[in-house]
Design a binder for this molecule. Structure first.
Ligand SMILES: Cc1cc2nc3c(=O)[nH]c(=O)nc-3n(C[C@H](O)[C@H](O)[C@H](O)COP(=O)(O)O)c2cc1C
Length: 368
């Protein structure tokens, strides 16, 4: 057992300490974003900019953070976002994250590109009585037969929903990674994709684009949502929805929920921060589907603000990796504990007994 290093009292402290633990290669991968990292920075700032309103002397006894999501009651609305290659942060990787999430009642979304077999992570979570939901994040692979087999593995292992990531048909312009010369160390890779064959590159005519005329010919489209739903009994959530029209399309194509996400600022730079994108998506869906959100959530007050804007739950990314780097499973558990405690304190101080009443906690100045 490693124990939490002294002096860590917030997710920002975890981030700071992780800089001393992770090497430059891992830092570029985990902490970096796309291009000038404007979206990456603004994701945090947008939650910080929102102001809370407090009501005093409200009865608070019996208050709680419980929420309902996809037919389940969860102890709180915090899930671990899917993040690839977690063994780069700590030798225990996704196993530690899974254990900690289950112990803290947090949902776990395992990445397609996890560095741990999906069955191993599931086994650690499923035995925990008070665990949160267990979901598998899916990137549709060019080989649809392989994708189908992967989905069947996830179903057989006990995953309860698929989170199809739709915002990364190409990875972003990762300047920070390129400057550092980021590479996965030998022996580390996306173990759940082993055995997959990539399509041979297409011969291109002069003037053709390797992106549009080769790579993107395999990229999923709305038609593939129907295909995916037909091959699985699991609910499918779409991750990476930012446009209200896409939220409506998600509903029309039978998605079970959407996740408002700009991939933590790692794909398209200068996308607006998710705190700004969330309200329009919530409005477009008008309660027809649960709307989750991620990107820049670093405080319990951020969680409360997301719920006030109509989110059903939130996902947390990089802070989990920082906790993992700092103290393995204990570090991840500490990050989740801090967020939960902060959420409860924020609710109490706003006079909010339950998250279904959260819409009143945002400060909206009276217009004169
Ligand atoms: C290191 C890293 C790896 C990621 N890998 C994936 C992935 O494999 N699949 C995916 O859908 N999203 C991936 N994401 C995006 C996260 O799921 C999430 O959208 C984002 O991290 C949320 O922002 P935050 O880090 O500010 O909390 C990754 C993010 C990071 C930081």
């Amino acid at each position: 057992m490693t124990g939490i290093p002294p002096g860590i009292f917030s997710l920002a402290d975890h981030a700071l300490h992780a800089r001393q633990v992770l090497d430059a290669n891992a830092q570029a991968y985990f902490n970096g974003g796309a291009a000038d990292e404007i979206t990456l920075r603004e994701n945090l700032q947008a939650w910080q900019r929102l102001r809370l309103a407090t009501r005093v002397l409200q009865p608070l006894a019996g208050g709680h953070t419980r929420v309902h999501l996809l037919g389940r009651t969860l102890a709180h609305p915090i899930l671990v976002a899917p993040m690839a290659h977690q063994r780069l942060a700590h030798p225990d990787g996704e196993r530690a994250t899974a254990l900690a999430a289950a112990a803290l009642g947090a949902g776990l979304v395992l990445s397609t590109q996890a560095s741990t077999p999906l069955e191993d992570a599931a086994r650690l979570v499923l035995g925990e009585a008070d665990r949160g939901p267990l979901w598998f994040q899916l990137y549709l692979q060019p080989d649809r037969g392989f994708t189908q087999a992967l989905v069947q593995r996830a179903e057989a292992a006990g995953y309860e929903a698929l989170v199809l990531t739709v915002d990364a048909p190409v990875s972003g312009v990762r300047d920070r990674e390129r400057r550092t010369g980021f590479a996965l160390p030998p022996g580390m890779g996306a173990v759940n994709l082993e055995g997959m064959t990539l399509p041979a590159p297409r011969p291109l005519q002069s003037g053709q684009s390797p992106l549009f005329d080769d790579l993107l010919t395999h990229a999923p489209t709305w038609d593939d949502i129907g295909w995916l739903r037909a091959i699985t009994r699991l609910p499918v959530l779409l991750k990476g929805i930012t446009h209200p029209l896409d939220a409506r399309l998600a509903l029309e194509h039978g998605a079970a929920g959407v996740i408002v996400s700009n991939h933590g600022g790692r794909t398209l730079d200068t996308l607006p921060p998710t705190a700004e994108l969330l309200p329009d998506v919530v409005q477009a869906l008008d309660g027809a589907l649960p709307v989750l959100v991620d990107g820049g959530i670093r405080r319990g007050t951020d969680v409360l603000k997301a719920m006030a804007l109509g989110a059903s739950a939130v996902l947390v990314g990089r802070p989990i990796v920082h906790g993992l780097a700092n103290a393995g499973a204990q570090g991840v558990a500490h990050v989740l504990r801090l967020l939960r405690d902060e959420l409860e304190m924020a609710m109490a101080l706003c006079g909010c007994r339950q998250l279904s009443d959260a819409s009143s906690v945002l400060y909206r100045p009276a217009r004169g």
